[in-house]
Design a protein around this ligand. Structure first.
Ligand code: ADP
Ligand code: MG
Length: 574
């Protein structure tokens, strides 16, 4: 089974049975290419995807982890800042009585100590049970102000302590109020209230050292901005993004801001104050290295695909070329075997027929001879001469038949060959001499281009002569008077020498070329050719281990080339 036929059997390469070899090759090529592309590009693609994904994950972690740590740390320090101040206020509320604090000189002294020890305090005030500020130290004129209607006062009365949102209050600058409630012995409640400068908190947030395109600030639990921002508005504006879900551990969200930029929001709620620390970073900035890597990966992938494509096409082409070549070689060899098989069986058949015909021919010959004698020596009669010439014609025809059967039998019997080392040029010259007369007579020029120093070949002189006589006489028969026949010999390769007989005669049709070596195939007029010449020649050459090749163009000429082995080979059947 041929290689290609075997390919038909692969299920994935399933082909319909009736298509030709080049067609199969084309289909096969297409399928192999497809298959190779699938099994190379798919894993490559998957790998690129996985790589990209993994890298992105890693990069994310590398970006997110420090960010979360930073957010946590900053919240802690801000919280600590607030807690310290709240405990300072609490301490004062516990350490002093209402009356101590109602004395403004006392309050002033305490306030100065607080400012010195803790920092960040702007003012300090004492509010009595009616909500009126009874004593105050600080830069403003707030003594006597009535806070009874303010919601924070209600809250501090309920909870005991209070930290406010940032607000502008009476003073038109952002501040935070802390308040602590205490009770006098007679059950009246009073409140000590301190104002904290948000500048301190701004400084704490600034210590995060965020880059120019990132923002870190506080918002309150209603989403109102509490400290200065770079990109998201002023203090007390409403933050444009939705309030993130409650979480006291640092967390991140990915969203888009109002400018349509992708942003990463890291945030954490304060457990003991109404604030959320928010850090907003722009994704574009964060993942810039990722985007370049992404394009790099893409180009590498593209280059990989191109190389694979190129390689796949080249390899497949090569494969297909080899396949087609070997297929053609196989077919040629097969045809050759078939041909010689056919010739050999026809030869054997012809020899059998010749053998069978020989006996009747002998009888016809003998009887015709007898008849001739009888007529010749018998009494005269009217048509005696006519009868004599008719029997002569019979005897002549029988003679011709016998010479043909003899030649056929000789071919089939394979007379013992006598091998000797022969100079091929010498054999050619000798043979040509037989035909010299005809060539001269018909004005045909016979040219010799005989290779020099050709090695001697082991062969049978008689058989070789027969070969060349057949070929040369065909050439002479093909050319017009005045034509040319060239005989060339050369050292063909390590194993063979070659002899070509070229004529510029009538040439052969495709059909003739195909049937050239068949016995009894002749295009010559009746009586001029037997059609056995090349048939016998073919047999002889095969037996000598050589080859014969015919090239011809109708109307232009023919070249018959004979290749003969330099060394004796096993005789081949033929
Ligand atoms: P024959 O010479 O008896 O016809 P061959 O076997 O020698 O038989 O040749 C068979 C046929 O091959 C010829 O009849 C002829 O048609 C063709 N042929 C052979 N040699 C040549 C040639 N040199 N030029 C043209 N035709 C040729
Ligand atoms: Mg002939």
């Amino acid at each position: 089974m041929s290689l290609l036929n075997r390919f038909r059997k692969f299920s994935f390469l399933h082909f319909p049975e009736e298509i030709s070899s080049p067609e199969i090759c084309r289909l096969l090529r297409r399928r192999i290419i497809l298959l190779m592309l699938v099994i190379t590009i798919v894993p490559l693609f998957a790998m690129a995807l996985i790589n990209a994904h993994q890298y992105q994950e890693r990069l994310r972690e590398e970006i997110l982890n420090p960010l979360l740590v930073l957010v946590n740390k900053t919240r802690h320090s801000t919280e600590l800042f607030l807690a310290e101040r709240l405990s300072a206020v609490s301490f004062i509320a516990s350490a002093y009585t209402f009356d101590d604090l109602a004395d403004e000189a006392n309050l002033n002294r305490i306030f100065r100590v607080m400012k010195r020890e803790f920092g960040g305090f702007v003012d300090l005030g004492l509010i009595d049970s009616n909500g009126v500020q009874v004593s105050y130290v600080g830069p403003y004129e707030l003594k006597g102000r009535d806070y009874s209607e303010q919601p924070w006062l209600h809250e501090v009365k309920i909870r005991g302590t209070y930290i406010s949102d940032v607000f502008m209050g009476f003073r038109r600058f952002p501040h935070i109020v802390m308040a602590v409630q205490r009770q006098t012995d007679d059950g009246k409640s009073w409140v000590i209230r301190a104002t904290i400068d948000t500048q301190k908190i701004d400084d704490l947030l600034a210590s995060m050292r965020l880059d120019a395109k990132s923002d870190g600030f506080l918002i309150n639990t209603n989403g109102v901005i509490q400290t200065a921002t770079k990109n998201y508005g002023n203090v007390l504006d409403v933050f444009e993004l939705k309030l993130p879900p409650y979480s006291t551990a640092a967390n991140v969200l990915e969203t888009k801001d109002s400018h349509g930029r992708e942003v990463l929001v890291a945030y954490t709620y304060f457990p003991h104050a109404p604030y959320v620390l928010v850090v907003v970073k722009q994704m574009g900035e964060l993942f810039r290295s990722w985007y370049t890597l992404q394009t790099d990966i893409f180009y590498v992938f593209l280059a990989g695909v191109c190389i694979i494509l190129l390689a796949v096409f080249k390899v497949t082409d090569l494969l297909m070329k080899r396949l087609l070549e070997s297929e053609q070689k196989r077919e040629a060899a097969f045809r050759e075997i078939e041909h010689s098989q056919k010739l050999s069986s026809i030869g054997r058949l012809a020899a059998g027929v010749a053998h069978e015909i020989n006996n009747p021919m002998a009888i016809i010959n003998e009887k015709a001879g007898l008849m001739k004698d009888l007529i010749e020596y018998g009494a005269d009669f009217a048509e005696k001469e006519k009868f004599l010439s008719l029997t002569d014609a019979v005897i002549k025809s029988v003679e011709r038949c016998r010479s043909i059967t003899h030649r056929l039998l000789g071919f089939a019997r394979r007379m013992e060959r006598q091998l000797e080392v022969l100079d091929i040029n010498e054999v050619i010259k000798e043979t040509a001499e037989f035909l010299e007369k005809e060539a001269l007579y018909r004005n045909i020029s016979v040219r010799f281009q005989l290779g020099e120093n050709l090695p001697g070949i082991p062969s049978d002189r008689g058989e070789l002569q027969q070969v060349f006589i057949n070929i040369m006489s065909n050439a002479l028969a093909a050319v017009e008077n005045g034509g040319t026949v060239s005989i060339t010999s050369w050292d063909n390769d390590a194993d063979t020498i070659a002899v070509a007989v070229e004529d510029n005669g009538c040439g052969m049709s495709e059909e003739t070329l195909k049937r050239l070596f068949e016995p009894f195939f002749s295009t010559k007029k009746k009586g001029y050719g037997t059609g056995l010449g090349l048939f016998l020649t073919y047999g002889i050459i095969k037996r000598l281990g050589g080859q014969i090749e015919a090239r011809s163009r109708e109307g232009q000429g023919t070249t018959m080339t004979v290749y003969l082995p330099k060394k004796q080979t096993q005789p081949k059947a033929g």
